[in-house]
Ligand binder design. Structure first.
Ligand code: SAH
Length: 260
């Protein structure tokens, strides 16, 4: 298995120090399963002030990232044949687990982080996909980028202590995870459901499946709506070209449920 390569263009490379203290990512870096190269946008800035931003044409508040430094930084990156370029923007498609699974079959992700009021429109041409991590606005693309690196890395073989933990978790198979308990059996008068200590594995499986459905219906019925489970040829193809996560998910009993 070759190493998964992240290339990140950012004005705040220091923000990525977090990944050196982030469990799964740190372990993956130590084990050489991934590498993360930071491209400091400032180094590609214009003139002696290394200018990276400017006022918006037409007026308005704040500064906008200029195209030239980002294009230069982008061109300095050696692209792998299985590479995808993601632009962080609150205007993008909202990130889903399925996207992470899809990208985990590649071997390179290039991430462009915005700052300030955003970026010159022409920067969009570099992106294969524009990604938002949710319907809110942050001050920069660094936290979204770290979220993607984190979520994707834990799907790569060898990164999790126990890959079994990917099987039932929330957002795999469009369902939220069932309730989990650990010791003690009773805590503040709250008791672990009897079924979980019954030793009957078939019954436990059924209970968990039932709870997953109940919980998804109660909290996120949008996840199992028609719209989100379209059976288009394109969707089928993504599932067929499946990756580690989706391969695991084919062993998952949820797959027996209507065509998802
Ligand atoms: N004025 C811009 C927002 C700029 S926020 C607009 O209305 O679209 C500054 C930068 O932070 C963005 O360019 C983007 O890279 C990043 N960012 C902010 N919120 C984000 C989100 N929800 N998802 C992904 N990136 C985000």
């Amino acid at each position: 298995m070759s190493r998964f390569n992240f290339e990140v263009i950012t004005l705040l490379p220091k923000a990525f120090e977090l990944i050196n203290n982030l469990g799964v990512i740190t372990r993956a870096l130590d084990k050489n399963l991934i590498d993360v190269n930071l491209h400091d946008l400032r180094e590609y800035g214009e003139g002696s002030y290394r200018q990276v931003d400017d006022k918006p044409y037409g007026g308005g508040a704040g500064m906008v990232l200029k195209p030239e430094p980002i294009y230069r930084a982008y061109e300095s990156i050696r692209k792998s044949p299985k590479s995808r370029t993601l632009l962080m923007t609150p205007q993008g498609k909202v990130l889903k687990q399925n996207d992470l699974a899809r990208w985990s079959t590649l071997n390179q992700i290039i991430i462009i982080c915005g700052q300030y009021e955003g970026f010159d429109e022409r920067i969009r041409y570099l992106a294969d996909e524009e990604i938002s991590i949710g319907d809110y606005v942050l001050s920069g693309g660094e936290i979204p980028a770290i979220s993607i690196i984190n979520g994707l890395t834990r799907l790569l073989p060898g990164t999790l202590g126990d890959p079994e933990s990917l099987i039932d978790e929330s957002h795999n198979s469009c369902l939220l995870e069932y309730p989990q308990y650990t010791r003690p059996l009773t805590f503040n008068d709250m008791k672990v459901p009897d079924i979980l200590v019954s030793g009957n594995h078939e019954e436990i499986k059924l209970w968990r499946r039932q709870k997953s459905f109940e919980r998804t219906l109660a909290r996120r019925d949008d996840l199992i709506s028609e719209k989100n489970n379209d059976k288009s040829v394109k969707n089928k193809k993504i599932n067929k070209n499946s990756n580690y996560l989706l391969k695991i998910s084919t062993k998952n009993e949820y797959d027996n449920y209507p065509d998802w």
